[in-house]
Design a protein around this ligand. Sequence first.
Ligand code: NAP
Length: 247
Amino acid sequence: MTAGTLNDMAGKNALVTGASRGIGRAIAEGLAARGAAVAVNYVSNKDAADSVVAAITAAGGRAVAIGGDVSSEEHVAAMFQQAETELGQLDIVVANAGIVINKPFAEHTVEDFDKTFETNARGAFLVLHQAAARIRDNGRIIAISSGGTRMLLPGTTLYLASKGALEQIVRGAAMEVGHRGVTVNTVSPGFTDTDLLTDDFRATAADMSPLGRVGTPEEVAAVVTFVASPAASWVTAQNIGAGGGVF
Ligand code: NAP
């Protein structure tokens, strides 16, 4: 591999769930900057997804916006079908879409449990399930967890429980697709400057990092794009932190 090339994903096709905003947007833009054609998934924010596609296109890349709820089996199957029809067989799939319901454990409801697990755990299962069956040989499957699964963080019990399920799905999937050269990994961000991070927690989050700040979506995307790159062919079944030292 030639050092310094940033076109190592030319000819590759990628799907990033939850790519209309935040970390997913930065991942989609990072993959496109390295030459991949990218399917930009969103659930409700079509305008935001269209603006990601416009930004990628303006920078000389190729992208399409695809709506769909990752918790729906039908939507996820249709999302993969549309991505394959518009871009071709996928080489890179990033299960990034996620939600958090911040509450003390005692106040959580069964509805909170269902909503959290439907998006974060069932969604990761459905996306990885499709990816394992459809991705091209030597492909890259990445799921986005949270470094919080390695911390003691109040107010995030259901969120981190659902991410714990996602991390185990990654390990199981990795064992079964490795014979095709496909890698499956988790990337775990720390506190990152997106809509998901509540304003009242930002200062505390910054203090928890040795670097004294929260991360940018681009800093997380840099790790994801490496794991998605040809250079990461010997990295599989891992949980790689991108958290500025908070865990
Ligand atoms: P964000 O800014 O809130 O963006 C969430 C994205 O997910 C949006 O694109 C949203 O689409 C999409 N989405 C939500 N529910 C969906 C569903 N059911 N189906 C499809 N797409 C859905 O979040 P973020 O901070 O970038 O988080 C991205 C990932 O990083 C998540 O898995 C999160 O748990 C993880 N993470 C974040 C942090 C952090 O500090 N920010 C830390 C650790 C881990 P719409 O725009 O259409 O709503």
